[in-house]
Design a protein around this ligand. Structure first.
Ligand SMILES: NC(=O)c1ccc[n+]([C@@H]2O[C@H](COP(=O)([O-])OP(=O)(O)OC[C@H]3O[C@@H](n4cnc5c(N)ncnc54)[C@H](O)[C@@H]3O)[C@@H](O)[C@H]2O)c1
Length: 364
């Protein structure tokens, strides 16, 4: 058995658990949310989604027809009465909160909106969930950026201090503090829902069109037949496929329902150490998957120094949730390249995305 197969064996999400399970997902029109919705539907769950409209027609939500998989509601998490009504109507057992203003750069231009959505949106979600007795488990998705970046090279673990330099990062630190306070104040007795938070870093995968992100930028250039200029080729970063943290969030929700209060805390979901590689390796391997028409240029010039990235110590999730990443680095690149190539060639993106999901969860 090769290494990838042995990791697939370690998946703990159980289709019997998820079949017909009622799930309320905020942010289902976004990049991770659309992957999460398709994964939940593949497992047979009943999904209600609450989010703003998808931003552009190339979004995974649109190109894979995700609206047909979900009780789809357009709504703003800053609107507490609407969110509460929506949760009461849906009567979910599990709530996964992913809606957020998710971009660091935009948070400098729109700090008020970023805090309103990411902090008060989380308050509203938890407040609304208090009034829905069917809810048994809540997973609040924040970010690795919730930690105070001290510049250390060791991995951050779940007991490290919250912080955040820019408005986005600090809004995620605030969302963590809000979640912990609600957990202690309102979700602590035996009959209340169990609340946990999930911290993951940047992810790659089909359907991400965000500006200023390396893989979407490379893919756009390959599709346009242009040479992509790679700055900071020696910078080492962790690379993780979007399905890995998404599977982690579901593993956590399942553990909360099955295993109880011991899981009602914060959890890191990062990649394996061998997925930390230089940008130059990433572009070479992506190009090999893309094909002969991929062209790039490494700019070894005087590039500005970049801050050390936040590395997550995920030993807690490995030991206690029995979660570990199932998609290795090269496989993550292959899945990403295949997705954008198929999009470029006008393939059936729903079929392709569902195939990638089913291959990953072992054809369950
Ligand atoms: N993509 C990453 O690399 C990454 C890394 C770490 C953490 N995260 C976190 O994971 C979650 C999902 O990220 P993503 O990449 O899918 O983001 P995304 O920007 O693609 O999607 C965000 C989703 O939130 C919704 N949303 C935004 N503002 C809203 C509002 N005011 N009311 C209701 N819905 C609103 C959008 O409609 C969309 O559905 C976010 O909480 C993000 O901060 C993402």
């Amino acid at each position: 058995m090769d290494r990838r197969e042995s990791r697939v064996e370690s998946l703990v999400i159980d289709p019997d658990f998820w079949r017909n399970r009622r799930v309320f997902l905020t942010g289902h029109t976004g990049f991770k949310g659309a992957w999460m919705t398709l994964l939940l539907r593949s497992l047979g769950a009943q999904v209600s989604g609450f989010a703003l409209p998808p931003e552009n027609e190339k979004d995974l939500f649109n190109v894979a027809g995700v609206q047909s998989d979900v009780e789809h509601q357009i709504g703003d998490v800053r609107d507490l009465p609407l969110l509460r009504d929506s949760l009461r109507m849906a009567k979910p057992e599990i709530v996964i909160h992913m809606a957020a203003q998710s971009l660091v750069r935009l948070s400098y231009d729109e700090p008020v909106e970023t805090y309103a959505t990411n902090v008060m949106g989380t308050v509203h979600l938890l407040e609304a969930a208090r009034s829905v007795p069917e809810v048994r488990a809540i997973v609040v998705v924040t970010s690795d950026k919730c930690y105070e970046n001290t510049g250390t090279l060791r991995g951050y673990n779940e007991t490290d201090a919250m912080g955040g330099y820019d408005p986005y990062s600090s809004s995620k630190g605030c969302a963590e503090i809000v979640t912990a306070a609600y957990q202690r104040s309102f979700f602590h007795d035996g009959s209340s829902a169990l609340v946990a938070s999930a911290r993951a870093g940047n992810v790659i995968g089909g359907g991400d069109w965000a500006r200023d992100r390396l893989v979407p930028d490379i893919m756009r250039s390959f599709m346009a037949g242009q040479v992509v200029r790679i700055r900071n080729p020696d910078a080492v970063r962790p690379w993780q496929h979007v399905m890995d943290p998404v599977i982690g969030y579901l593993t956590l929700a399942q553990r909360l329902v099955q295993g109880g209060r011991q899981f009602a805390e914060g959890w890191n979901f990062g990649p394996h150490e061998d997925s930390e590689v230089p940008v130059s390796t990433l572009v070479r391997q992506l190009a090999a998957h893309w094909g002969a028409d991929a062209r790039w240029d490494l700019d070894k010039g005087d590039n500005p120094h970049e801050a050390a990235y936040l590395k997550l110590d995920c030993s807690k999730a490995r030991a206690r949730l029995e979660w570990s990443p199932v998609i290795e680095f090269d496989r993550a690149l292959q899945l990403s390249s295949e997705w954008y190539r198929a999009f470029h060639e006008h393939a059936d993106m729903r079929a392709l995305t569902l195939r990638q999901i089913n291959e990953t969860i072992g054809g369950r």
